[in-house]
Design a protein around this ligand. Structure first.
Ligand SMILES: NC(=O)c1ccc[n+]([C@@H]2O[C@H](COP(=O)([O-])OP(=O)(O)OC[C@H]3O[C@@H](n4cnc5c(N)ncnc54)[C@H](O)[C@@H]3O)[C@@H](O)[C@H]2O)c1
Length: 392
């Protein structure tokens, strides 16, 4: 069965991501079956979606009829029987390999033989989940970002067993939902969660070395780099527990490559329960009476901070292209649409000049003699050949 506007969509897991994916599919006219193993979660999801969509009416972005129609298309179900009519199923349950494998094995016994199965995993390998399926050719990763209805980016991740036709069909289907899709290989962190690591990791390193405090580093990245949020504000927003866990997973999965080394400063915050906004304190204090230090607005210091973090980010973007994780265009699209970077990192490298970026990396390598700061071979090659990442 090929995917089209009449395709019935199944979503397993009605938490943050599953509810968002169901909302998108119903908005684009599909009948949706949204399943959760826990009835209270299903109710929470329904209440949440009614609230979100009704707010669209209050803001005059949708009519009451449109919202009622969308909601009528979403069926909140506590069993999988209805999934036998689905042409495409998204899984968005807890991030646990055995639970996901078990879920897919049970799904495969119910859905039609040609139903496409997708996981929204952030950190598990597509290959490992696919091993529970009889027909792994129909399975792939489709990674939405939070909040799914708002964030434009969707990473499409074929595993080694995914049929090429399935990959292409899903990609154009999701494009039809006005999303920006990028293709990536089944490697740790895919594009965004890999290339973004130095934004946090190098900021933490600068802080641990005592070069600047979080407020100053955040100021430099926002004021001089035009990033929407500073690394420490963002870690507090994501939750230091969540952010630390992603870093630790990527570090382990990359066989302990020092580029991805987690930080003690962040680990200690997690251990102390200082998780960020959600616990009222992280790198910053939150609440009406909270007082936080002012940044040191020294532009020379700010530039040093920005160039060091940016060099590491561009070096990581180069590595993603060098290792065929994605094209330069897709890496740039991923970072501007998935984490709202002000510019694509490789376009930015062209504007700065690859030789300047290489100089920044080389200076770090000479200073520290750590493998963490090795310039990527693609960056060196571009400089040697006098080439840019983009033609013009
Ligand atoms: N939250 C994010 O920012 C984000 C972004 C991208 C991808 N993801 C990934 O999406 C997936 C879901 O994340 P989330 O943030 O929506 O989690 P969540 O905790 O909000 O929701 C998970 C839902 O799955 C349900 N569930 C658990 N076990 C189940 C089972 N065996 N069968 C059916 N339902 C089950 C839970 O009741 C819950 O409603 C994870 O794989 C996560 O890594 C999360």
């Amino acid at each position: 069965m090929s995917l089209d506007k009449n395709t019935t969509v199944g979503v397993v897991g009605s938490g943050t991501m599953g509810s968002g994916i169901a909302q998108i599919a119903a908005t684009y006219g599909h009948d949706v079956y949204l399943f959760d193993a826990f009835p209270e979660q299903l109710q929470k999801s329904e209440d949440g979606l009614v609230g979100i969509l009704n707010r669209q009416v209050e803001k005059n972005r949708m009519t009451k009829d449109e919202v009622d129609e969308i909601l009528s298309r979403i069926h909140f179900v506590d069993h999988l029987n209805d999934f036998k009519t689905c042409g495409l199923v998204f899984e968005a349950i807890i991030e646990d390999l055995d639970t996901k494998k078990d879920q897919f094995a049970r799904l495969e016994a119910i859905v039609p033989g040609d139903c496409i199965l997708a996981t929204n995993t952030s950190s598990l390998s597509i290959a490992s989940i696919s091993s529970s399926l009889d027909k792994p050719g129909r399975f792939l990763g489709v990674h939405f970002f939070n909040p799914a209805p708002i964030m434009k980016l969707v990473e499409i991740i074929p595993g080694i067993t995914t049929d090429e036709s399935v990959r292409n069909e899903v990609k154009s289907f999701i494009d039809g939902w006005e999303k920006t899709t990028v293709l990536t290989t089944d490697t740790p962190g895919f594009i965004v969660n890999r290339v973004a690591r130095p934004f946090y990791g190098e900021a933490l390193r600068i802080y641990e070395e005592g070069i600047a405090d979080p407020a100053t580093i955040d100021w430099a990245m926002k004021e001089l780099g035009e990033f929407r949020m500073g690394p420490f504000e963002l870690m507090d927003l994501i939750g230091n527990d969540v952010n630390y866990k992603v870093t630790e997973t990527v570090f382990k999965e990359f066989y302990y490559d020092p580029r991805f080394k987690p930080s003690f400063a962040q680990k200690r915050l997690v251990e102390a329960g200082r998780l960020g906004r959600k616990s009222g304190i992280g790198f910053y204090k939150y609440g009406k009476t909270a007082e936080n230090p002012e940044p040191v607005k020294d532009r020379e210091l700010g530039k040093k901070i920005l160039y060091r973090i940016l060099a590491m980010l561009i070096n990581e973007a180069c590595d993603a292209v060098f290792m065929n994780v994605a094209t330069a265009e897709d890496v740039d699209l991923a970072m501007t649409n998935g984490v709202n970077y002000p510019r694509g990192l490789l376009k930015w490298a062209d504007e700065i000049g690859p030789s300047t970026v290489l100089d920044w990396m080389s200076a770090l390598q000479v200073e520290y003699r750590e493998d963490r700061y090795r310039p990527n071979p693609l960056l060196k090659r571009k400089v040697r050949n006098g080439e840019l990442f983009y033609e013009s």
